[in-house]
Design a protein around this ligand. Structure first.
Ligand code: PEP
Ligand code: MG
Length: 555
């Protein structure tokens, strides 16, 4: 019985046989074709690209929500005009369609991988697109989720969005990946599906096909070939967890009644049903950039935006809906707003900086939001991503006022400077919302898309908890609110710690809400405060987690 340690990113326990993802990279033979075959090969390549793009789009429609946006971005990748031109050129000089696709994508892949930052994070998506096109051209099965009638634990190097979106929770008991960090797309999608998941597990690829593993998505532990006693323990933990889930309902609160509203993170109207079903008390983060991915040339029209915003606002009558204005750049590139070549896009013009450079895009979005909320009883709040300082906060608040918005205006705390100077930022805005995904990235200089530095993106890092505490204390002193809308809020144990640090609301993917509600309901506010102090006093993320667990379980 071996124990492997990865990073738990989606709660629950799964015990089952390992099935590896079919990731074989198909390398087509390098065969020279005659010049007269070129037009036919070019046509085959074009047809395969179109079919794969259509398939990705269809998978997206089936999956809905954030998964849809990711899959549609992949469909756009497949149809990239420069890539297609490169494929055609390679066929003209004697390559087969499959070899030309393979080589063109591989060249582009090298460029992306070498470009660092967010571009490297898109390599898995690009490889997946290439493998799909090549498989189609070679007439072999698509790479992807294994065929199995029996439930299994899916193991992969990294999961492409196209696969995670279609995982069948009835067959896939859980998943384990070698790459990926806690805030990667795969982790976010796993939580959306509600399957236990562990990422950044060294050696995952070497697990034998068919061996039984126990995956604990809370603590990141994977036990290989667990003995009877260990299996019984895990089954018991899972049963206790289910019982706790079943007994908690209603608004979020500690056992002694300290209220912590539980809100949902949504990517658009398609995510609303799951949020309502999970009992979300509103929306704490509406990621509006997914609306902007449809057209790489321009922003969606004001009318289209009004309709999408209204659909979300109407789902929470009397509730609170916090909309984040467009967060473009770095890991969320948008061609028409691209600042051009930047050596470090995550440190460049992104988020609010992009919008301040394109005031017309911000103005249209704010006007659309004001119109969408007209006549509705909802409490609309609007916040800006990537606020660095008071000047940023003022510029955003001014833009909101100029657009005639009466909503509460807030700032996301994603850059350490904003946390360190939270009181100054709060002179301009009415609330703070901690984006712990980016806050971890910038605090530890650790790209959120790189599995190798996942250790540093762990939101249990005491340095990150210190910044959360600073922000919450500043908000309290100013009589304002400070929520968390990063992935940290979705970890039930950490949610108790964040509550103890003084945050006033928690926003997460809908599937995490029942788990967080149950965890809060089992502890008093004073216990949460003690757990928070113990975690902050620890050296390192794992020790912080253990210290908090010890306090909360009364050990
Ligand atoms: C964050 O950075 O924590 C956040 C909520 O924003 P996103 O994950 O969309 O960058
Ligand atoms: Mg962010």
């Amino acid at each position: 019985m071996d124990k492997l340690q990865g990073v738990g990113v989606s709660h629950g326990v799964a015990v089952g046989q390992v099935r590896h993802m079919g990731t074989a990279v198909l390398e087509p033979p390098a065969r020279q074709i005659d010049a007269e075959e070129a037009p036919r090969e070019q046509q085959r390549a074009r047809q395969a690209v179109e079919a794969v793009a259509a398939d990705l789009t269809a998978r997206g429609e089936l999956a809905g929500g954030e998964a849809q946006a990711v899959l549609e971005a992949q469909a756009l990748m497949a149809q990239d005009p420069e890539l297609i031109a490169d494929v055609e050129r390679r066929v003209t000089v004697g390559g087969t369609a499959e070899r030309a696709v393979y080589d063109a994508f591989s060249t582009y892949r090298e460029l992306l991988a070498g470009a660092g930052e967010y571009l490297a994070g898109r390599v898995a998506d690009l490889d997946d697109v290439r493998n799909r096109i090549v498989a189609r051209l070679m007439g072999v099965p698509m790479p992807g989720v294994p065929d199995s009638d029996e439930p299994y634990v899916l193991v992969a190097r990294d999961l492409a969005p196209a696969d995670t979106a279609l995982l069948d929770p009835a067959l896939v008991l859980g998943f384990v990946t070698e790459e990926g960090g806690p805030t990667s797309h795969s982790a976010i999608l796993a939580r959306a599906l509600g399957v236990p998941a562990v990422v950044a597990l060294p050696g995952a690829g070497e697990l034998a096909e068919g061996v039984v593993v126990a995956v604990d998505g809370a603590n990141g532990e994977v036990v290989v070939d667990p003995d009877e006693a260990e299996r019984e323990r895990l089954v018991r933990v899972a049963a206790e967890h289910r019982a706790a889930l079943a007994s908690a309902s209603g608004p979020g609160a500690t056992s002694d009644g300290h209220k912590v509203p539980l809100l949902a993170n949504v990517g658009g109207p398609a995510d609303v049903a799951a949020a309502v079903e999970a009992g979300a008390e509103g929306v704490g983060l509406f990621r509006t950039e997914f609306l902007f991915l449809d057209d790489s040339e321009r922003a969606p029209s004001e009318e289209k935006q009004v309709a999408a915003y209204r659909a979300v606002l109407e789902a929470f009558p009397e509730g609170r809906v916090v909309v984040r204005v467009l967060d473009a750049g770095a890991d969320k590139p948008l061609a028409f707003l691209s600042p051009g070549e930047e050596p470090n896009p995550a440190l460049g013009v992104r988020g609010l900086r992009t919008l301040l450079d394109h005031p017309e895009v911000l103005r249209t979005q704010l006007t659309a939001l004001a119109r969408a909320a007209e006549g509705l009883p909802v409490y609309l709040e609007v916040m800006a991503p990537m606020v660095a300082d008071r000047a940023d906060a003022r510029a955003f608040a001014d833009a909101c006022r100029e657009a005639g918005l009466t909503a509460k205006v807030g700032a996301m705390v994603e850059i350490p400077s904003a946390a360190l100077r939270a009181r100054s930022v709060l002179q301009e805005v009415e609330f703070l919302s901690l984006g712990t995904n980016d806050l971890a990235q910038y605090t530890f200089a650790a790209d959120r898309q790189v599995g190798a530095v996942a250790r540093l993106q762990d939101p249990w890092q005491p340095a990150l908890l210190d910044l959360v505490a600073l922000s919450a204390e500043a908000a309290k002193a100013e009589g304002k609110s400070c929520g968390v809308c990063g992935e940290a809020a979705a970890d039930p144990l950490l949610a108790c710690v964040l509550t103890g640090l003084g945050v006033t609301s928690l926003s997460m993917g809908a599937s995490a809400i029942p788990h967080v509600r149950a965890a809060l309901a089992q502890h008093t506010f004073a216990q949460c405060e003690r757990a928070a102090s113990a975690a902050r006093a620890a050296d390192g993320a794992e020790r912080a987690r253990q210290a908090a667990r010890a306090v909360l379980s009364g050990e």
